[in-house]
Design a protein around this ligand. Structure first.
Ligand SMILES: CC(C)(COP(=O)(O)OP(=O)(O)OC[C@H]1O[C@@H](n2cnc3c(N)ncnc32)[C@H](O)[C@@H]1OP(=O)(O)O)[C@@H](O)C(=O)NCCC(=O)NCCS
Length: 176
């Protein structure tokens, strides 16, 4: 995947770069963002620099900003999207938006663009995972065309509220 930016009606998605450190630390430092992710806890700025950025700058992660030159809020960082290849023409879809921008349809808009991008670059299948109790994330996946595949239970080192309901897998075959 060699595309470095994608545009939707209201967003510009550009591959994450080192200068996004403040934005990513702001996003992952927010407890409401991390509630259903990893150990359910916010990530420190030091870990963003040391662990997160080196991983997400490898391609497949996009920083999303509002479009609209001159308009109020233009250029604001709203969160990140992921469409990272896991092998064999399969890529994993994901997203994390800052609560300041929830409920505006941005997750659906960005995720739909990445599904189209996946189709355009010849991916075979898109998969996604969420905690079963993460209703918002599941709704986004359904709205962009992924279908529920299964519920599964994994042992995680740290308990997160709702973990007893397991995780869910969604997928979309792109027909390549
Ligand atoms: C999940 C998340 C991406 C949704 O972002 P968003 O921009 O608010 O989503 P949208 O506005 O595109 O909404 C998409 C749909 O989900 C629904 N939705 C969003 N949040 C919801 C929630 N908490 N509970 C139930 N439905 C929800 C919306 O109503 C909408 O459905 P509708 O069109 O039928 O009304 C956002 O809450 C987030 O980043 N959460 C923290 C990170 C996270 O959990 N990421 C996913 C990890 S698997």
């Amino acid at each position: 995947m060699d595309v470095v930016s994608l545009e939707t009606r209201r967003l510009v998605l550009r591959e994450v770069v080192e200068s996004d450190v403040d934005a990513v630390a702001w996003l992952l430092g927010e407890p409401r963002v991390m509630r259903y992710i990893e150990d359910g806890k916010p990530v420190s700025r030091a870990d963003v620099e040391r662990v997160v950025l080196p991983k997400v700058m490898g391609g497949g992660w996009w920083a999303a900003r509002l479009k609209g030159a001159g308009a109020s809020g233009a250029g604001a960082f709203v969160g990140w999207f992921e469409l990272s290849e896991v092998g064999g023409g399969v890529a994993e879809l994901g997203y994390r938006l800052h609560p300041d921008f929830w409920g505006c349809g941005y997750a659906t808009e960005g995720a739909a663009a990445l599904v189209e991008h996946g189709r355009a670059v010849g991916l075979r299948r898109i998969v996604a995972y969420a905690m079963a109790v993460n209703a918002g994330s599941r709704r986004v996946l359904e709205k962009v065309g992924l279908q529920y595949v299964r519920t599964f239970h994994e042992e995680w080192p740290d308990y997160i509220e709702g973990a007893e309901h397991g995780d869910v897998e969604y997928a979309l075959d792109l027909g390549h």
